[in-house]
Design a protein around this ligand. Structure first.
Ligand code: 3PY
Ligand code: MG
Length: 243
């Protein structure tokens, strides 16, 4: 398996997977995304479905990121054992929670990950995986300087929907509401000041362009399920039109 190192510092555009399908993961990998994220938090992907999806992405040569279901020691270790190039940990709301994620990510003496690297040990020279924590609540915003200072946090990833809800804003705030931008800009600025990659989930290509202009160093575009549903709806509507 040859997979390029994950570079989250220079405008990378990744994609998002919610459906438990290896062929769909491979298909999305063939498109050229900088990475694809297997979403175990909100996607329909359990541990058994994840393994063939990792294999599909490896076949396409696409780095596979795993969003674990929660900040859970076992889930983080398992994603790494199975060969994730990075783990995204949702809802990290304090430095203590960031330290717990980093602790689960590393073997002793640095952390407390249990040894048993199944698939990840089958290949030499795999790039070192990255530990990415999600900033998506007002608590995380308040604790941001301390979270960014936690040794072992490699990058942050903003969840715009949860952040909006936590701030009492509508989900549409990410479409350009100044109140949302006023929340996001200092997050991106603080990461830049520390030289830390900062990414954000994007519901559209327009969001990706706007958030990159605001300083996001990488983005993840909405999911294969969303794209498939939108395309199916468009084709259906077109087919119903009279010639
Ligand atoms: C959010 O927008 O809250 C996310 O977690 C995106 O995946
Ligand atoms: Mg979220």
């Amino acid at each position: 398996m040859t997979v390029d190192p994950l570079d989250l510092s220079a405008g990378a555009v990744g994609g998002w997977l919610q459906l438990p399908s290896a062929p769909v993961a491979e298909l999305m990998g063939s498109v050229g995304f900088a990475f694809l994220c297997i979403d175990q938090q909100h996607g329909m992907i359990g541990p058994d479905a994840m393994i063939p999806m990792l294999q599909g992405l490896a076949a396409a040569g696409t780095p596979a990121v795993v969003r674990v279901p929660s900040n859970d020691h076992t889930e983080i270790g398992r994603a790494l054992d199975h060969g994730a190039a990075a783990v995204i940990v949702p809802l990290v709301n304090s430095a203590e929670q960031a330290r717990a994620a980093v602790d689960a990510f590393h073997y002793p003496p640095r952390g407390s990950r249990s040894f048993g690297p199944t698939r990840s040990s089958w290949y030499r020279d795999l790039p070192a995986p990255l530990c990415i924590v999600m900033i998506e609540t007002m608590a995380a915003v308040a604790a941001l300087p301390e979270i960014l200072a936690v040794e072992g946090v490699d990058a942050i990833f903003v969840g715009p929907s949860d952040l909006s809800l936590s701030a009492g804003l509508p989900l549409t705030a990410q479409d350009g509401d100044p109140a949302f931008d006023a929340l996001l800009q200092p997050i991106l600025d603080a990461a830049r000041d520390r030289g830390m990659p900062a990414g954000i989930f994007c519901m559209s290509a327009a969001h990706a362009r706007r958030f990159r202009q605001m300083g996001a160093t990488y983005v993840a575009l909405f999911s294969e399920a969303g794209m498939l549903r939108a395309a199916a709806g468009k084709h259906l509507a077109a087919a119903r039109e009279d010639g």
